[in-house]
Design a protein around this ligand. Sequence first.
Ligand code: SF4
Ligand code: SF4
Length: 380
Amino acid sequence: MQKVKVYYSSARSKIWNYDHSMPGKLEELLSQIDLSKYISPKDKVAVKTHFGSQGAFRIVRPVFLRKIVEAVKALKAKPFITDTTRIESLEYLEVAAYNGLTHLTCGAPVIIADGIKGMDATPVKVEGHKHISEISVANAIYHADAMIVVSHFKGHLQAGFGGAIKNIGMGGVSPKTHDGKSNRGLLHSVDDKLPAWDKNKCNWCRRCEDICPVEAIRIEPKVSFELTDDMCWRCGRCARICKEKALDMPITSERLNTHIIEASKAVMSTFKPKKVIFINFMIEMQPECDCMPTADVPVVNDQGIAVSDDPVAVDQACIDIVAKAGPLPNSLASDLDVTEPGDTFGAVNKKSTKLSLEIGEKMGLGTREYELVTIKKKNK
Ligand code: SF4
Ligand code: SF4
């Protein structure tokens, strides 16, 4: 069987010429993959990325998004830059602008995929599901004709790493269903349970209250801790950052990754075959998700860009490329004595980075077998 192609270009630029730059090489990658095979004139094309947070600024830069937008426009299709609600939508659009993502910089409208309340979504059945039978896909993605999934490849405290799969699975679904029920939280938790609070472990630092995107936690130190059920998105951020382990959202890595794959399959099922492309940027690879309120220094040097029409293959290729790169000094990696090349994200987050790829392959989302096609420069 023919292996899936993953087109790759290194971040190194040894010749002082635009054709050897990352934007130049991105143009070449887009031409090698031949976007016209995926995008037709008049298609509405979602360019799905992550807007970051006010403190997590290491997102995919507008210069790259603009190159992608230009390539889509050259095919007479209609691109828009989008992400689903991570904090209140209107605030999240402000964050996008702080981080440089505007119509002016990207060359296309920047919109929230699931509306001003994170509820504009359509329920989609998950074929071959194990746990989640239905999930609501954000409408701007649901109604798009084609999608280019632009992912900042990096670590992730809960899933081990974040790349193409996580960008569609977590990032393609809304926090709430159209009738206000919990939706994205179904992925982070088992049976939609709230985080459990242990008074005996809590030191009342209030970091959980501060990080909650929807102000679902109210604390009066040493007096009361309140978590409002119908406000909570079950995003798990509070539990992830609680150093005392006073908040807990128990879920195994296997279960979490299965949920993400199930949601990814639902998102992919809203497109006709060969209408979705994945572009992973292995730059500024920090240890945690871009939705956290800050970004630590990268744990691995910039490695470049990988492009494929298979989300499992492109993520597997990035994991393999990162495995050959040594962890960086003066980073979380060296703090944790991770000094040898290998599975740096797995080691710093103490999670398996293989699980989502193995489950993704088993559940038919894509393949881990790929052929790496290396592009050295932009050809005229
Ligand atoms: S972050 Fe943890 S320790 Fe701090 S107030 Fe919240 S539950 Fe308590
Ligand atoms: S899981 Fe925690 S951080 Fe997330 S919405 Fe609920 S209370 Fe807030």
